[in-house]
Design a protein around this ligand. Structure first.
Ligand SMILES: Cc1cc2nc3c(=O)[nH]c(=O)nc-3n(C[C@H](O)[C@H](O)[C@H](O)COP(=O)(O)OP(=O)(O)OC[C@H]3O[C@@H](n4cnc5c(N)ncnc54)[C@H](O)[C@@H]3O)c2cc1C
Length: 423
């Protein structure tokens, strides 16, 4: 088997992995980033989710609570007129809606400019562990298998694939509690102004009516659509595929099939029932079904829903969050719980440090959190902020010759603040 070495191996190029890679590479480390899809972004691109939430606190006097590399990314999109801000209908604060194709290119440019070695169409599949240290990760692609050894590993697979395979403990909700999966779809030729005149509740009522007619099967009598930066093109978040463990490849495959089927059904509904959609047509379903929750790694600290709701503050904070708990449970509705106090809670560094393995850190939606807390902390701005923190942590571990567990967190916080992160 071919063998390679690097300083840092980042596994998964979603929101968290991109930020982790850029942060570590900007500190002069050799970074290899492995991504199973043919683009960067994960949920943010391949799954068609086109709005960053979590940058701002909700409410009238909104405050920006995420800076650093994530904000640099948002600013690049704004300067190129590829994004706009819009209010969230469920009280999660202002979102930043962007052109998915522009985000793909922005991520690629930034990762490559930082000097990251990028590998698309490559799966990280096997882990070799000795004495609580990952010795190497085996990757698979068109060349076959390659073994990569690194000083530090960052698991940003969303599913915690590498952490789990290395023996780090993790938790997973039962299938009835797991957050549902969604195939995002885009429709073109929509008369957006006309369609906007139909209130959200009216659309939900019409979904019920369509189901009652017996000619439609719409599992979720709710959901939303919004305009995109491209004229007449809208993004739809309506599909609901429940009770699926997305780490089971057979179940994930069936979910892709079911999600695409539902997307066709919702598109047919919109065209027939909602004025403004008469001349519209479905132009794309997401290349990967959107996965909200799978494994949550058990770390040095497990963030709880109680922490989220009371606006908990931690001495080892590496990111802020004010996004509500948004639990897309298996029923037809969504459970919301809002952050109280000053409306902000901290994501602690200890929630990125897995138990049992020394040279591994996780970031993004597989952080150490309970089901309820993850349903808030998984917002994209926070995943990006966690990624930056993980990348900077790797660089400091290299400088200090320490492990993630023994890292001087005060130094990490100082370094993050110097890079305009907000904590
Ligand atoms: C349907 C849906 C709607 C959402 N809506 C919003 C919203 O409006 N606003 C918001 O802020 N957040 C939203 N979120 C949440 C947010 O987008 C995600 O939680 C966040 O982007 C997750 O980022 P991540 O980097 O942790 O994981 P992911 O985006 O899942 O990225 C993981 C990456 O790792 C890759 N990968 C996985 N396994 C391997 C492997 N073994 N080897 C190599 N590569 C691998 C994947 O291909 C992927 O690119 C939504 C999520 C979903 C699913």
């Amino acid at each position: 088997m071919e063998k390679r070495n690097t300083d840092v191996l980042v596994l998964g190029g979603g929101a968290a992995g991109v930020n982790a890679s850029i942060a570590a590479a900007r500190h002069g480390l050799e970074v290899v980033l492995i991504e199973s899809q043919g683009c960067l972004g994960g949920s943010r691109t391949a799954a068609g989710v086109d709005t960053f939430y979590g940058f701002y606190t909700p409410g009238e006097n909104q405050k920006r609570i995420v800076g650093g590399i994530p904000w640099e990314i948002a600013q690049k999109l704004s300067i190129e007129h590829s994004s706009f801000e819009r209010p969230n209908t469920y009280g999660a604060g202002t979102g930043i809606t962007y052109d998915v194709e522009k985000l793909k290119i922005t991520y690629e440019n930034m990762v490559l400019e930082a000097g990251v070695k990028l590998l698309f169409h490559t799966y990280a599949c096997q882990v070799n562990v000795e004495d609580h240290h990952i010795m190497s990760v085996v990757i698979a692609n068109k060349s076959g298998l390659t073994e990569i050894s690194a000083k530090f590993y960052i698991d940003t697979t969303g599913d915690g694939d590498i952490a789990a395979r290395s023996g780090a403990p993790f938790d997973k909700a039962d299938s009835e509690d797991l957050q549902s999966l969604t195939t995002i779809f885009f429709m073109a030729n929509v008369d957006v102004e006309k369609a906007k005149s139909i209130p959200h509740q009216k659309m939900a009522d019409l979904m019920k009516e369509a189901n009652r007619s017996g000619t439609y099967k719409l599992p979720r009598e709710d959901g939303s659509w919004h305009r995109t930066p491209n004229k007449g093109v809208i993004q739809c978040n309506m599909v609901r595929v429940s009770g699926v463990d997305a780490t089971d490849p057979f179940a994930l495959t069936l979910a892709e099939v079911e999600g695409r089927k539902q997307a066709q059904e919702y598109a047919r509904f919109l065209k027939e029932y909602i004025s403004g959609f008469e001349q519209s047509f479905l132009i794309a379903t997401s290349q990967h079904i959107g996965v909200r929750e799978t494994r949550r790694i058990l770390g040095e600290y497990i963030l709880t829903e109680e922490d989220v709701v009371r606006g908990a503050k931690f001495e080892d904070a590496i990111a802020c969050c004010s996004a509500p708990v948004e639990d897309h449970h298996s029923g037809s509705g969504t459970r919301w719980a809002y952050v109280k106090g000053d409306g902000i809670y901290h994501i602690p560094y200890k929630s990125l440090v897995p138990q049992n393995i020394e040279n591994l850190i996780v970031a993004g939606r597989c952080l150490s959190a309970t089901h309820g807390a993850q349903a808030s902390a998984r917002n994209s701005a926070q995943c990006m902020a966690m990624g930056q923190a993980a990348g900077v942590a790797a660089s400091l571990c290299a400088e200090e010759n320490s492990s993630f567990r023994t890292l001087n967190v005060k130094r990490l916080q100082r370094r993050l603040l110097e890079q305009q992160a907000i904590i």
